[in-house]
Write a protein that binds this ligand. Sequence first.
Ligand code: ZN
Length: 273
Amino acid sequence: MPELPEVEVVARGLRQRVLGHVVRGAQVRTAGLRWPLPPALPELVAGRRIERIERRGKYLLMHLGDGALILHLGMSGSLRFLEHWSPPQRHDHVDIELAGGWLRLHDPRRFGALLWHGAGDGPLAAHPLLARLGVEPLGGSFDGGVLHRGTRGRRVAIKQLLLAGQVVVGVGNIYASESLFRAGIRPTTRAARLSRERCDRLADAIRQTLAQAIERGGSTLRDFAGADGQGGYFQLECAVYGRQGEPCRACGMPVRMAHHQQRATYWCPRCQT
Ligand SMILES: [Zn+2]
């Protein structure tokens, strides 16, 4: 599943390729993904210029004049830029036609989203999908203080709290496991028990882990492709994720794995307390 670094890589790729382009139209080949697609999509987007491309959590926000497309890649989506048109394949649900190419949305499992937010729909940040998202982990306002305040009184395991996305967005299973290893914190530790110092360490670890992944082009996930169709390779670098029984890269102890809330959790029993 594309996680925050992959979506950030797509956003950066899109900025390089399509920022400033004028949209000519759209071809829609499905009634809906996770939600129905706007039936009037071609008319809504035609003639508008792509003025800004933002990422908020795992949503891509493409500002087109006074409206915006809200895109989500779901479990298996990808967005590719085609300089030369090619016939759509199975699961290529939408083409957005630009003056200099096409953006093609591919999503076999259809958990992704493509929604239109018009000028009359109020501020984009108040959209129900965006309004309750936590702090951006790579933004200037995320630090140990945010984590410390967000964990007070929370009996849930710290990894669960990270995955829930209400304190900080976009820290999915791989990055939560890796960040907790980097910070030396056991994933099952109750959130409320983390000291300010450990929250500081964890916030740093989250920023570093995500930044490293973005630098390397996002992790290779089965169905992920960047805006240019190329995948990344972060997964080769994991310290604990997917390494059950293999020696910890720091101390040599076998990495452990357990399922918590149906998600695989990996940790080193010596380095993480
Ligand atoms: Zn270790």
